[in-house]
Design a protein around this ligand. Structure first.
Ligand SMILES: Cc1cc2nc3c(=O)[nH]c(=O)nc-3n(C[C@H](O)[C@H](O)[C@H](O)COP(=O)(O)O)c2cc1C
Length: 372
């Protein structure tokens, strides 16, 4: 009896000491479903395409989403509101993806950022089934189709039923202001003013300039920020842009008038503005706003309705302090989305970091072996 006990203890110690530690990346390679979910997350929108997300894998079916403060836009987004909204969009793709894959996913959004900057805990169970493959393909195509549309929109009106379809389930948190409303005019005028205020701030110009990419090589190396294609350029414009434009020029305030002309065209041709509303500025509410943002954006993409967020009102004083009151909105405005149709249905190549680049460097024990 005693001998058996000693032998069992010995085996247990051996099991613990021999459990192999994996890097997050090595571990992920053995877990394709987890890898797929994270890939969906990375296709989410983020302000300046800064991708302020990191992931720490805890086991084959659990991970943390972490706010990457090094990627925060400290001048336009000092309290990380937009970073958290971007993380919410990242989470939305994972939630929607898990439903398509037939997984049972649970998540807990923290009330506050944890000391290690984690903000969401995610766990899931179930395995991918082959029979879902058609809808998986459709979903993956939709993630790649959703994009920020910077071009002029057409005069075609969005039918009310289409707007209702896009915001279905989120009626309490989303408002639509069509072109003939006074709130539409308010947003149009104040976006111009807020843009001008922001454009005169050298620190904010410098910060923005860091996210512009001036060659395919730079885009490929950094895998974030704005490529020429994302700015809406065709091959001729791209040629001139890559050859005659540079970071110094983006920083130069003398280009502000040109920029104001562009934003005027963008706001003048919007068919309406969709606003995402939340209760307050907590981590939870910002992440929830991001979930709503991405869901209505994907619905819009599916209906060929174009979206461009216009954030200047929400970034600049006094505009950000006044908007809820001025528009009689109960709550905080989290996103303002220019909405309309255009003939530009080009799929723009997604510029995103690889999954291994967003993984944290904590090692994990091979929990699969331990569970056996
Ligand atoms: C919180 C947030 C704020 C944004 N603000 C703006 C904005 O003011 N103007 C704009 O053109 N795009 C804005 N965007 C869109 C991002 O620039 C865009 O998502 C990112 O460059 C990735 O491109 P994609 O959406 O085409 O995938 C915003 C996105 C998010 C999530």
């Amino acid at each position: 009896m005693k001998k058996t006990l000693i032998l069992l203890m010995f085996l247990h110690i051996m099991q613990i000491t021999c459990a192999k530690a994996f890097s997050q990346d090595e571990f992920l390679k053995q877990n394709p479903v987890l890898e797929k979910l994270l890939y969906y997350g990375t296709l989410a929108p983020s302000s300046h395409n800064a991708q302020m997300w990191k992931v720490r894998i805890l086991s084959d079916n659990e991970f943390l989403i972490i706010l990457d403060k090094e990627r925060n836009l400290n001048y336009v987004d000092p309290d990380s509101r937009e970073s958290l909204i971007s993380i919410g969009a990242f989470l939305a793709n994972i939630i929607r993806g898990s439903e398509i894959l037939g997984l049972n996913l649970q998540y807990n959004i923290y009330n506050e950022t944890a000391p290690d900057n984690s903000v969401v805990y995610v766990s899931f169970s179930g395995i991918e089934t082959e029979s879902f493959s058609d809808s998986v393909q459709k979903f993956e195509n939709l993630l790649l189709k959703r994009k920020t549309s910077k071009e002029k929109f057409s005069k075609k009106k969005i039918p009310v039923q289409e707007i209702n379809k896009i915001i279905a389930g989120y009626e309490d948190s989303v408002i639509y202001f069509p072109k003939d409303s006074s709130s539409y005019q308010y947003i149009r005028e104040n976006t111009m003013k807020a843009y001008e205020t922001q454009g005169q701030n050298q620190d904010k110009r410098n910060e923005l300039s860091e996210w512009f990419r001036f060659s395919d090589k730079e885009t490929e190396a950094k895998k974030d920020g704005f490529s020429a294609e994302m700015l809406g350029m065709g091959s001729l414009k791209k040629f001139f842009y890559y050859n005659f434009y540079n970071r110094e020029k983006v920083r130069n305030i003398k280009f502000l008038n040109e920029e104001l002309k562009l934003i005027k065209t963008q706001t003048d041709t919007a068919d309406g503005f969709l606003l995402v509303i939340a209760k307050d500025n907590s981590v939870k509410e910002n992440i929830r706003a991001g979930i709503i943002l991405e869901n209505i954006w994907l619905n819009a993409a599916d209906a060929d309705i174009k979206i461009q967020p216009l954030s200047q009102i929400l970034e600049e004083e006094p505009y950000k302090n006044n908007i809820s009151n001025d528009l009689n909105i109960n709550g905080e405005v989290k996103m303002i989305l220019r909405t309309g149709y255009s003939a530009n249905n080009k799929i723009v190549k997604k510029v995103r970091r690889n999954i291994k680049d967003i993984l944290d460097n904590t090692e994990i024990l091979n929990t699969k072996e331990e569970k056996q």
